[in-house]
Design a protein around this ligand. Structure first.
Ligand code: PRP
Length: 173
C-alpha cells in the first residue's frame, strides 16, 4: 500500500470543510446523514469541527459486492430518517461511479427536504457513470482503489488514520 493522503492532510481538509459548512448553514440546523459504513470516520471528525447546531443520522446503502468490483446495484437496507423541511447534508467517504449518490438523492428528494447537498471526503470523477456533483469535496483523486479513514477492502482497513492506494488488485493489499 502507498499512502495517498496523510492523517494531517485529512485533518486540515476536514477542518476547512467544517468551517465552510458552519458558515453556509448558520441558523439552518442541518441534518448530517452518513451513508454507512464508509462515512463513519469522516462524519465523526467532521461534526466535531462544526460550530453550529446540527443533528446526525445514518442510512445503510451498499453498491459494492466483495472485493473491488462495483456491482452497480444499490441496496438500501435502512432509511428511517425524517428529513421533511430539513437542510440535509449527505456525508460520503467517496463518490466513485455516482450510482449510490444518484439513487439516494432521488429517494431523499421525495421526502421534501428544505435543501439537499453532498459532502464527500473523496471524489473520483474519472470513474463517474452519472452526472452527480459534490457540493463539498475534500480531495479529488485519480481512478485508484483506496482504503483507510473509513474505506475498506473486504471490510478490512477502515481503521487506518490515512488514505492509502491498494496497488496489488488481485490479492488485496
Ligand atoms: C462505497 C462508498 C459509497 C459508494 C460509492 O460504499 O461509501 O457509498 O461505495 O460508490 P459509487 O459512487 O460507485 O456508487 P460501499 O457500497 O462500498 O459500502 P461501505 O460504505 O459499507 O463500505
Amino acid at each position: 500500500m502507498r499512502i495517498l493522503l496523510t492523517k494531517t492532510q485529512i485533518a486540515d481538509k476536514v477542518q476547512e470543510l467544517g468551517a465552510q459548512i458552519s458558515e453556509d448553514y448558520q441558523d439552518k440546523n442541518p441534518i448530517l446523514i452518513g451513508l454507512l459504513k464508509g462515512s463513519v470516520v469522516f462524519l465523526a471528525d467532521l461534526m466535531r469541527t462544526l460550530t453550529i447546531p446540527h443533528t446526525i443520522d445514518f442510512i445503510r446503502a451498499s453498491s459494492y459486492g466483495a472485493g473491488m468490483t462495483s456491482s452497480g446495484q444499490v441496496r438500501v437496507t435502512s432509511m428511517d430518517v425524517d428529513v421533511e423541511n430539513r437542510h440535509v447534508l449527505l456525508i460520503e467517504d467517496i463518490i466513485d461511479s455516482g450510482v449510490t449518490l444518484q439513487y439516494i438523492k432521488e429517494v431523499f428528494l421525495e421526502k421534501k427536504p428544505a435543501s439537499l447537498c453532498v459532502c464527500a471526503l473523496l471524489d473520483k470523477p474519472a470513474s463517474r457513470r452519472t452526472s452527480e456533483k459534490v457540493d463539498y469535496c475534500g480531495f479529488t483523486i485519480p481512478d485508484v482503489f483506496v482504503v483507510g479513514y473509513g474505506l475498506d477492502w473486504n471490510e478490512q482497513y477502515r481503521h487506518l488514520p490515512y488514505v492509502a492506494v491498494v496497488e496489488e488488485q488481485k490479492n488485496g493489499p
